[in-house]
Design a protein around this ligand. Structure first.
Ligand SMILES: *[C@@H]1O[C@H](CO)[C@@H](O)[C@H](O)[C@H]1NC(C)=O
Ligand SMILES: *[C@@H]1O[C@H](CO)[C@@H](O)[C@H](O)[C@H]1NC(C)=O
Ligand SMILES: *[C@@H]1O[C@H](CO)[C@@H](O)[C@H](O)[C@H]1NC(C)=O
Ligand SMILES: *[C@@H]1O[C@H](CO)[C@@H](O)[C@H](O)[C@H]1NC(C)=O
Length: 408
């Protein structure tokens, strides 16, 4: 108490002292200002008068000239990103509706685990659909789902394995989309073995996942599947990632440039971020920056020992790498998927650069397993589209065990 009052008194003395000094200084200042102002006052008034006169003329002449109107319109409409990059959705100040239409086997389970923690910490609505095998919907189902989504309490993050839904088309407010993809062959292999042997949840897990799968199918050599053109290892099954970004249009599932271009356009126009799994930590970092009220702290959660224990368990077991020959065939068959993947990767690196993160990975446009080869001459490959009939048409998904049994 004593200490406090003495120090207070001391302080107020010093304050008086400085105030005196300030008074002297301001007297000087006002003298200087006065001298200046006599001269400048006239100048100022003249400007004001000229301005009023101009304004008067301006109104007599029928309002603002065209270039002024255009300039104002430009100011009103343009944004930082209009001028600096092709990311219109990123201007949304506080997106309160986020949809993560997660692509299968691209680390989505890891992210969903993180989201559970985040939803509790940041108090947003998290809805993670339990439907894993229905990525395309009828028009009626689409509208139904979009209405359900947009009626969730905001802020919300909705996630499901589902091809892009065009909210605008049905005059519902478009949410912000995010997603993560990975190297197409890695994704394919991960799915191939996951279907057969499940994951960390135990050896018995596959019996639940694909109970109808016959042993000869389960233990089918992946090289045989690829080189002998089994449907599971051919198009259109291999055309998997692009439809998630292209949308619900039937043509989005036909391997070709139409779907590819539409998917790319959509990434630019509707996705706030499409990350790549190979650089997951940077994806999380960007999410933290771009959607802080959903993803703050995500990186520290991801790196925490408690989470590591959980996240550790989402890997698929028993992967075998196909032969080089088989990989090359696969790469040829997935050329659109790779085109898209490289596009997304470049966009991702561009965004990282903008935000000031360094790109760790090399910019090669070939997967590493092909780089190690002496340059293989382009062998004539089998036709990409296998001509077997498309038993997949009627809503049988990649994950459906029985569809696989139809052989070429
Ligand atoms: C999806 O899986 C559920 C069971 O989880 C099954 O009842 C349904 O028939 C499946 N749908 C498709 C289209 O495969
Ligand atoms: C939408 O919500 C209703 C009521 O909760 C539910 O019955 C319906 O299955 C939902 N539709 C979709 C597509 O999720
Ligand atoms: C979404 O629908 C709108 C309106 O029909 C259309 O202009 C737009 O191209 C569609 N976008 C996608 C990606 O399908
Ligand atoms: C999981 O983590 C433990 C120790 O943290 C490690 O010994 C084990 O190999 C990991 N398992 C997998 C599948 O990565």
């Amino acid at each position: 108490m004593m200490n406090y009052s003495t120090s207070y008194r001391h302080k107020s003395q010093t304050q008086n002292h400085t105030r005196d000094r300030n008074n002297k200084r301001s007297a000087w200042l006002s003298l200087i200002l006065f001298r200046f102002s006599l001269r400048d006052y006239g100048f100022c008034m003249t400007s004001l008068f000229l301005f009023c006169l101009g304004s008067l003329f301006y109104q007599w002449n029928g309002g603002p000239p065209k270039f002024l109107l255009e300039f104002r319109q430009y100011l009103g409409q343009s944004t930082f990103f209009d001028d600096h990059g092709p990311y219109p959705p990123r201007v949304l100040p506080f997106p309160s509706q986020v949809v993560y239409n997660r692509v299968g086997k691209c680390g989505s389970r890891t992210v969903v685990l993180l989201l559970r923690v985040l939803a509790e910490r940041h108090q947003f609505t998290l809805v993670s659909s339990e439907i894993h095998n229905k990525t395309r919907l009828t028009k009626h189902e689409q509208v139904d789902l979009m209405k359900n989504i947009s009626n969730l309490p905001k802020p919300f993050l909705f996630t499901r394995h589902v091809h892009f839904l065009n909210f605008t088309r049905f005059r519902i407010e478009q949410p912000v989309y995010i997603n993560i993809i990975r190297d197409p062959i890695s994704r394919f292999l991960s799915n191939y073995f996951f279907r057969r042997f499940g994951d960390w949840r135990g050896e018995q897990n596959h019996l639940i996942r694909t109970p109808g799968m016959k042993d000869f199918e389960r233990y089918l050599d992946i090289n045989v599947c690829i080189l002998e053109n089994y449907p599971e290892c051919s198009n259109p099954r291999l055309f998997y990632i692009i439809p998630y970004f292209c949308g619900q249009h039937p043509q989005c599932r036909e391997p070709g440039p139409w779907a590819l271009e539409r998917a790319k356009k959509n990434v630019l126009e509707n996705f706030l971020l499409v990350g790549i799994l190979e650089e997951l930590e940077d994806v999380l970092l960007l999410l933290e920056r771009l959607l802080p009220h959903f993803f703050s702290d995500v990186l520290s959660i991801y790196k925490s020992p408690e989470y590591r224990k959980l996240g550790n368990m989402t890997g698929t077991v028993k992967k075998h790498t196909p032969t080089l020959r088989a990989l090359q065939v696969l790469y040829q068959r997935m050329k659109y998927e790779y085109d898209f993947y490289y596009f997304v990767r470049d966009q991702f690196h561009l965004l990282k650069k903008k935000i000031g993160l360094k790109s760790a990975s090399t910019q090669t446009h070939q997967p590493s397993f092909l780089l190690n080869l002496p340059l293989a001459t382009q062998e004539p490959e089998e036709e990409e589209e296998e001509e077997e009939d498309d038993e997949e048409e009627e809503g049988i998904e990649l994950d459906d065990a029985h569809s696989w049994l139809v052989q070429p």
